[in-house]
Design a protein around this ligand. Structure first.
Ligand SMILES: Nc1nc2c(ncn2[C@@H]2O[C@H](COP(=O)(O)OP(=O)(O)OP(=O)(O)O)[C@@H](O)[C@H]2O)c(=O)[nH]1
Ligand SMILES: [Mg+2]
Length: 394
């Protein structure tokens, strides 16, 4: 062997040794360069508009698991993903409930689909929170801090008026009536979560809260369903809002609608919320703790102008406008009714209500753990039969 050949062998040996040392000491590098990852990347390139790397191996804020832990070797159910993410707003104190929600959505759906997660909080997530959540899935997980201006009460709110509004609600025993942080949360969910830097790269989201339950297997991709069927918003539960939390919301909405007729969709769902063409609001809304929806809708001109208009009226603080009626009314006015989808086959529970399909075939196929007799659909407080009548299904 000549000197050059020996020299090349020594250099190669050094490179290979370094590769192994770094693989073991740096998890991200190890994952990115593992043969199984390279092979799975070649097999599962997302197509279409999506440029999201669902495995997230190149992302430095990645907290997923290395390849030798649970689910990592499970075959992905599909080879096409939507450009989508789960989004979970939570406090550090919500850790245990968040663990339970992630665990359930993983078991019922995401272990096969591996959509990424974005966790958001107005305070930095603790290492403990990140550690306990990260162990639950091999999907990409990112933990983000909410910018102050997206969360806290803006300067232009008249604090005297806001305090008076809160005191009145406390006296009237309105749930969360005295809470400023609840109002911050509702305003954030109404107008800001889709503008968070970690959310900007995605188009579709599935909102999940701590301590919710998913009762049935979801053996297809709801994001792709939405995309392929041109849906923009979806729900599992619809109900009446507490009127005392939104005394001036409908008037504000109608003022906006009169100023901007160009944003009102042709075949809209106003008829679901008002039986007199908008004069009064029947308080029906979609329960937004579950949402699968298109952020292009929230980011578009109609919703941007709508949210800014509502925000300037101050009702998020002077009253207690919830993101549920705000999102629902916008979907009903600025989208056509056929763009709103009811996910009957997603068994969902947020205390105290459950949606559990009454269709026997779907219930069996989903191996549902919920009791259809307890489904909220036709409860007196539910708006679902109104929805069905409006959609011509009953
Ligand atoms: N980071 C953060 N998240 C919050 C805060 N308040 C609420 N959230 C989250 O916002 C979502 C809605 O809050 P919830 O307290 O569940 O409100 P709700 O669903 O109307 O009422 P519950 O019946 O109590 O569940 C959940 O994902 C909470 O974890 C807060 O002050 N900070
Ligand atoms: Mg909740």
């Amino acid at each position: 062997m000549n000197t050059t050949a020996r020299y090349i062998i020594v250099v190669l040996a050094i490179i290979i040794s370094l590769h192994y040392i770094v693989s073991f000491s740096h998890e991200g590098y190890g994952r990115a360069t593992s043969l199984s990852n390279i092979a799975s990347k070649l097999k599962h390139q997302p197509s279409g508009a999506s440029d999201t790397d669902i495995t997230g191996n190149s992302d430095t804020s990645y907290y997923g698991l290395p390849g030798n832990l649970p689910f990592a070797n499970e075959t992905l159910a599909i080879n096409r993903h939507a450009n989508a993410t789960f989004v979970i707003l939570a406090r550090n104190s919500d850790l245990q409930g968040t663990v339970r929600s992630v665990r359930e959505i993983e078991d019922r759906f995401n272990r096969k689909y591996r959509y990424p997660y974005v966790f958001l909080n107005e305070e930095p997530f603790t290492d403990e929170f990140k550690k306990r959540i990260s162990v639950l899935s091999s999907a990409k997980m990112e933990f983000g801090l909410i910018p102050k201006e997206h969360w806290f009460q803006p300067d232009w709110i008249d604090e005297k008026k806001a305090t008076a509004g809160r005191e009145k609600m406390v006296a009237d025993k309105i749930i969360y009536g005295g809470s400023v942080s609840y109002r911050n949360m509702c305003r954030f969910n109404s107008g800001f979560f889709f503008r968070h830097p970690l959310m900007e790269k995605y188009r579709w989201y599935w909102r999940i809260e701590p301590d919710v339950h998913f009762h049935c297997d979801i053996d297809y991709d709801p994001f792709l369903y939405m995309e392929q069927n041109k849906k923009i918003y979806s729900f599992t539960i619809t109900m009446y809002e507490y009127e005392a939390t939104i005394p001036t919301l409908w008037k504000t909405v109608m003022d906006f609608a009169k100023k901007h007729p160009e944003y009102i969709a042709k075949d809209n769902a106003l008829g679901f919320m008002s039986s007199n063409n908008g004069d009064t609001y029947n308080l029906c809304h979609f329960w937004s703790n579950f949402e699968i929806a298109d952020m292009e809708f929230w980011r578009g001109p109609a919703y941007t102008a709508f949210f800014d208009y509502l925000d300037k009226q101050g009702g998020f603080y002077y009253e207690r406008w919830g993101d549920a009626p705000v999102h629902s009314i916008a979907a009903a006015l600025f989208a056509s009714k056929d763009q709103i989808h009811f996910f009957d086959d997603i068994g969902y529970e947020h205390n105290p209500y459950i949606h559990c399909t009454k269709d026997k075939a779907k219930w069996e196929k989903g191996k549902c753990s919920c009791d259809p007799a307890r489904s909220f659909d036709y409860d007196g407080y539910s708006c679902f039969s109104k929805w069905e009548t409006f959609m011509g299904k009953r």
